[in-house]
Ligand binder design. Structure first.
Ligand SMILES: Cc1cc2nc3c(=O)[nH]c(=O)nc-3n(C[C@H](O)[C@H](O)[C@H](O)COP(=O)(O)OP(=O)(O)OC[C@H]3O[C@@H](n4cnc5c(N)ncnc54)[C@H](O)[C@@H]3O)c2cc1C
Length: 471
């Protein structure tokens, strides 16, 4: 198509979109704010042909049908807090924001379900659940900005995974609009429904490549009446594994966190003075565990009973059981040093997962390999051990003289190459988007990739939904 013909086709499409969505529903040119052109990943911005802001499922459906007729690509956008570049617009395509569809439509406290439009923030869902005396099972740092649609599309994890699972486990029903405008109503609020393929699961974690999530029925959980925290000093990784399984056995379904920090992470955190040193001596590992239950006193007592033999056996070298939530919060600040990464170092971040049994070996082998290649390099390790999720951050400034882009690609090649030999996944929580596309084949077999492409082809034969992402 010539440039003039293409402009003509785009203008025809935009005129139809304008008529379908009204003045509030379409932004063009300079009306599209800069932040809409990229996401938290820092990917270079791309200005879309238009920003669509539908106000209802019917408008999403009309907009997608129009784009489909005109072969215009559509990139769904939530709160733009994604870390993999998955919501970055594509040149010549439109971005479709769910920001006007943010109603909490219903909370059923008896059935413990909540029905919501996809543009509601995670925090709005958490607050609505709390008002009904219940809790929502997923929590993460971007809660005030990220949207339920984005959380579902990335199958987000975060703080509560060990207790309640990822977004996939919170979704009872979904409403999705396909690339051609077809509305799939899968909003059935039942846990059990074995009637053929569970289609809604296809769209969870699909990063907007199969359709636009417009509404969801979510599961709520009983709000815990009390919490207790313990900080454990551990001699080795095996001790961490043993403590994790003892806690899971002693607090079935009530272990809310088990955050493992390697000594390199703790030293950096204490160097930055995020919290006072909790122990006189340094230890190989610290683990922060949190349990929930009916009374704080009962939880404290149960933790003390669990700790006494572990201390005697040498499984735990030392422990702090903070008597108040304020003192517990002070201990959590050691772990929260991650918030300072972007300002205090030039971090190359990894969000990987591995079979539980090999996390310790991998973490050791990985830092040894980095050290051999770049003597004096600085890397720190921490993770949600119960979820098999390891975070590794290497300070690019400690690698000597490379540009950030060179350092990133050299470190990624080393880390992901080693990860593949341990059977790990290049993305535990954040997704593939644009950034991890080159490494997807390390975590998925050619047969799995072929099946994924067939599903994409079946649901979006023109390849218009978020093209160029994941594959
Ligand atoms: C400070 C901070 C902390 C974070 N902590 C965590 C964490 O602990 N765990 C974790 O998993 N992630 C974390 N993240 C990453 C991010 O918050 C999650 O990936 C989140 O789920 C993205 O939601 P969003 O609404 O911002 O989506 P966006 O960034 O807007 O989009 C992400 C993807 O979802 C698609 N999408 C968005 N809305 C829809 C929709 N309605 N229908 C179909 N597709 C859609 C987009 O096309 C894109 O592919 C963190 C990010 C920040 C900035």
């Amino acid at each position: 198509m010539t440039e003039a013909a293409s402009d003509h086709a785009n203008n025809a499409c935009l005129a139809e979109l304008q008529a379908a969505l009204g003045p509030q529903g379409l932004r063009l040119g300079e009306q599209i704010e800069g932040p809409r052109c990229t996401d938290w990943s820092g990917h270079p911005p791309v200005r879309p042909l238009a920003l669509l802001r539908p106000g209802s499922t019917a408008e999403v459906s009309a907009a997608l049908a129009i784009c489909h007729r005109h072969h215009i690509a559509v990139v769904p956008q939530g709160g733009l807090t994604g870390l993999a570049g998955a919501a970055v617009p594509v040149a010549g395509g439109v971005a479709l924001s769910l920001e006007r569809m943010k109603a909490i439509e219903a909370v059923d406290a008896r059935a413990a379900t909540l029905t919501v439009q996809a543009g509601a923030t995670l925090q709005a869902v958490q607050e609505a659940a709390a008002e009904a005396g219940l809790a929502f099972g997923v929590d993460l740092g971007a809660r005030g900005s990220c949207q339920i649609g984005g959380n579902l599309a990335t199958n987000a994890g975060g703080n509560g995974v060990i207790q309640y699972g990822m977004m996939r486990e919170q979704a009872l029903g979904l409403e999705v609009v396909l690339a051609d405008g077809t509305v799939l109503d899968m909003l059935r609020p039942m846990l059990k429904n074995n009637t053929g393929y569970d289609l809604k699961q296809m769209f969870i974690g699909a990063e907007g490549t199969l359709g636009v999530i417009t509404r969801a029925v979510l599961r709520l959980r009983p709000a815990p009446l009390a919490r207790a925290t313990v900080l454990l000093a551990l001699p080795d990784f095996e001790a961490a594994m043993a403590l994790l399984s003892r806690l899971q056995a002693a607090f079935p379904g009530a272990l809310a966190a088990f955050e493992l920090m390697w000594r390199d992470f703790v030293e950096l955190s204490l160097e930055w003075k995020t919290a006072p040193p909790p122990f006189a001596e340094p230890h190989a590992f610290l683990a922060l565990a949190e349990v929930t239950g009916a009374s704080e006193a009962a939880l404290q007592q149960a933790l003390e009973e669990l700790l006494a033999p572990a201390l005697e056996e040498g499984l735990v070298a030392d422990a702090v059981l903070p008597p108040s939530r304020a003192q517990a919060a002070a201990l959590w600040r050691i772990r929260e040093a991650t918030a300072e990464f972007p300002t205090r170092m030039q971090p190359i971040n990894f969000d990987i997962s591995l079979p539980l049994a090999v996390i310790g070996d991998f973490a050791q082998a990985c830092v040894a390999a980095l050290e051999q290649r770049w003597p004096g390099q600085r890397s720190v390790r921490f993770g949600h051990l119960g979820d098999g999720n390891l975070h590794l951050s290497t300070d690019a400034r400690s690698l000597g003289g490379m540009s950030l882009a060179e350092a990133e690609s050299a470190v990624e090649e080393l880390v992901y190459g080693l990860l593949a030999t341990y059977g790990g996944s290049v993305s535990a929580e954040h997704g593939i988007g644009l950034h991890k596309k080159p490494y997807l084949g390390l975590s998925r077999s050619p047969a799995e990739l072929a099946a994924m492409r067939q599903i994409k082809q079946a649901l979006d034969p023109l390849g218009l939904m978020n093209p160029g992402k994941i594959f």
